[in-house]
Design a protein around this ligand. Structure first.
Ligand code: PLP
Length: 468
């Protein structure tokens, strides 16, 4: 390849790696930085410049130092970072679902930093079971005979199906063959578990006789799946849990329910749409129930399996259990979160997910007004800030049609699009994730805490900066 003189000159201007290493080694900023990180950062930036020069682009080496510093900073800060969820979606799967209560965090930290009786029975001095840590409290709150917990609800469903229905037929209504975001589909999980899916009914209607007609010697399970992320409305009919239980009893077939986002609180008491509660399913006599720990429950990621003792004992013996085992930090957090449910008032005031879901619009409105005033005072000459009514979502594949009246701050910058503002806020540190609605950028304050307001302030400053 022929280089022109300008290119040759520019290449000559590029400093050598060793020279830069020596130069930076003197600076305070790099004192704590591992040498390997500094070296690779210098190499990467110089290589990038060289490639640009060879491609015939106009390259400036003025910003070299700060580019290297940015890259070093990038490599030495964790990849998993906190951000501000101003989407108003409370159980946002992509943003980490549920936030844990303070007391749960404290307990997690204590358990993480010391040895524990995770699988040790202090009384007998012998080996214990990790499931016993939360089994009693889960049974106490739910009314179930037995309980166990695994990595998440997807693994709970897989494990339960594999234990009860491998090689047998599992009857499910066509209206309940759900797909949860992130490629969890009931038919796929069924296939992996060895269960043979038998779909019955039509998408909108399934009757008792549909199940009855499908039952034979090969039937191992009747499965009900809570259609938590969509709703079939209009001319619909499905078998109630009670009817399904009575059918199961009559024909001696196990009945299982995948509740998805399990809740112990009756949402309708707080002005929200009714969601089936875990206690109701237990009371209906379902043999086995599974649900998530980090959806409406507001705990850590976990899959909770409750039901008849003999079935839970069977599942505990399944070798797959070990492969989807729950971690001790999760157990630590889950135990504390579950204890809040002994007193519903405590649960509602201490568990962030419930607090945010049940937050009154007036409270969010007051927060929006406050943020709007702060931003207007600071940036009012450059941007337009106002408040507006909006609707938040519960999220997490729960309460599909439930919109929660909320309040938001909208930000407009003359000459800039909503997507430009969205990007700038997202690129800020910490990132602020808002929503675009009708071409307006807005921050739904249901999911923003008071202590995060400062970060919003920083992010707005970032919109006004030239650098992207
Ligand atoms: C969310 C959900 C799952 C998966 O639960 P995870 O805890 O995300 O693994 C399974 N079934 C239903 C019905 C759900 O809503």
């Amino acid at each position: 390849m022929q280089l022109n003189n300008e290119q040759k000159n520019m290449l000559k201007l590029l400093p050598g790696v060793d020279n830069l290493l020596e130069e930076f080694g003197e600076q305070d900023f790099y004192k704590e930085i591992p040498k390997s990180v500094l070296t690779s950062s210098i190499r990467e930036i110089i290589e990038k410049k060289r490639a640009f020069i060879l491609a015939g682009e106009d390259v400036s080496i003025d910003g070299l130092q700060s580019e290297i510093q940015d890259l070093v900073q990038d490599k030495t800060t964790p990849n998993l970072v906190n951000l501000i969820n101003a989407t108003g979606v409370v159980v946002h799967t992509n943003l980490g679902r549920s936030l844990l209560p303070e007391a749960a965090l404290k307990h997690m930290s204590d358990i993480a930093s010391g040895y524990s009786n995770l699988e040790f029975d202090i009384e007998s001095g012998k080996r214990g079971s990790r499931y016993s840590i939360v089994e009693d409290i889960i049974c106490e709150i739910s009314g179930a005979e037995a309980a166990m917990v695994v990595n998440n609800n997807a693994s709970a469903v897989l494990l339960a199906l594999e234990t009860i229905a491998s090689g047998k037929e599992v009857i499910v209504s066509r209206g309940e063959l759900v797909e949860i975001g992130g490629s969890f589909r009931i038919p796929d999980i069924m296939a992996k578990s060895g269960g043979i899916l038998k779909e019955v009914g039509a998408t909108n209607r399934t009757h008792r006789k549909d199940y009855e007609n499908e039952i034979n010697e090969e039937t191992g399970l009747l499965l009900k799946v809570h259609t938590s992320n969509y709703s079939i409305v209009g001319f619909t009919s499905s078998l109630s849990l009670e009817e399904m239980v009575s059918l199961g009893k009559e024909r001696s077939i196990t009945v299982m329910e995948d509740l998805g986002s399990g809740t112990f609180v009756d949402f309708s008491k707080y002005g929200l749409q009714k969601e089936p509660t875990v206690q109701e399913s237990v009371k209906a006599g379902v043999d086995l129930i599974t649900f998530s720990g980090d959806k409406l429950l507001g705990g850590p990621q976990a899959g909770i399996i409750i039901g008849k003792k003999e079935i839970i004992d069977e599942i505990k013996k399944n070798p797959f259990t070990r492969a989807v085992r729950i971690d001790k930090l999760t157990l630590a957090a889950l135990e504390i979160v579950m204890r809040f449910y002994r007193d519903e008032r405590a649960a509602v005031s201490e568990i962030p997910t419930l607090k945010m879901l049940f937050m009154k619009k007036a409270e969010i409105e007051a927060r929006a007004a406050k943020v709007s005033i702060i931003l207007t005072e600071k940036y009012g000459d450059k941007i337009e800030v106002s408040t507006c009514d909006t609707q938040s979502k519960a999220g997490g594949g729960s309460l599909p049609l439930m919109l929660l009246p909320s309040s938001a701050v909208t930000i407009k910058v003359p000459g800039k699009s909503a997507s430009y503002i969205e990007k700038k806020m997202r690129y800020s540190k910490p990132s602020v994730i808002g929503r675009i609605e009708n071409d307006n950028f807005l921050l739904d304050l249901r999911t923003v805490s008071d202590k995060e307001v400062e970060s919003i302030n920083n992010a707005v400053a970032n919109i006004l900066e030239k650098k992207i």
